[in-house]
Design a protein around this ligand. Sequence first.
Ligand SMILES: [Zn+2]
Length: 358
Amino acid sequence: MLSHGKQGSVDEQDQGAVARTLRRDGGGRAPPGSEWKHWHPGRTTQRFAAGREVGLTETVDKPSSAGQNLAMPELPEVEALRSFLDQRLLGQTIARTELVAFSALKTYQLPLSALHGLEVDQVTRRGKFIGLGAGGLWLAFHLARAGWLTWKDTVPAAPARPGRGPLTLRVVLDDNSGFDLTEAGTQRKLALYVVNDLAEVPGIASLGPDPMADSFDAAAFATILQTAGRSQLKGVLRDQRVIAGIGNAYSDEILHVAKLSPFKPANGLNDDEFERLFTALKDELTDAVARSVGLAAKQLKGEKKVGLRVHARTGEPCDVCGTTIAEVSFADSSLQYCPGCQTGGKPLADRRLSRLLK
Ligand SMILES: [Zn+2]
């Protein structure tokens, strides 16, 4: 959790400790619809090189509730971005940076200009963070819920100016290509860091293990669930300090595939349920990464939407059992689930969570 001083909060609802998940959930979020209202198809005209786009957020045409929100990039989408940047940036020299939204920069010790003249030698992902390594320094960023990266073959000659637009930071390479980090909407959650070591970024230092790592095996996952105690699975899966990279969408998907209630206590699974959950977690993320990496934005959006079976599908029939997909609303977000697959046909009452949140 990024909590000290001006560090502010990135990905707030995902950064809380398990013990705090319930109390925190619903706090510090964007107003209902604030992301997708500002996400519009026009933004997809931003392109990567050779007509390639990488879309990290989703446009939901007709959101029916706060829950119909696919906006926040999660592990698979951020991994797709890392892969793209790896191809574009390695060996390139950072010529200059133009910071437009000053509040996005969360570190003070090193100025952005410290990166100027340095060659990018690493592009890495930590949870939902991207780190660009150059000459021993790192530029790290977290796109939060409404961030976007736009590649430019040729960066405009005129310096970017502070204004009301979405541009947060422009990075220009010495061949005059580069990228913009932008943020839609009015909330300013996109966060930038210039550090000597990625561990200096609080949100990275506190990350739990990456579920795509080989070391994240059944034994490791079992330990995580036992440690989480009676915390509900939904909150545990998306707590960045417990497992890095899973957010609201993929936690819904994983629980659906595993046929488990989002409110089931983490340490209350029998062997079969545990096996289903572990397999679902690995398979869902692996499949989503495979679909995301290398795809253009329009394809990516389509693939992600097709790939989601319950998240943001309230009111639609479940692909597995035909039951109408339901949702539980929080103050300003929601989860989706299939009562037929996950809760023995019983609906989960919103007030149950409201009460627990107090
Ligand atoms: Zn179902």
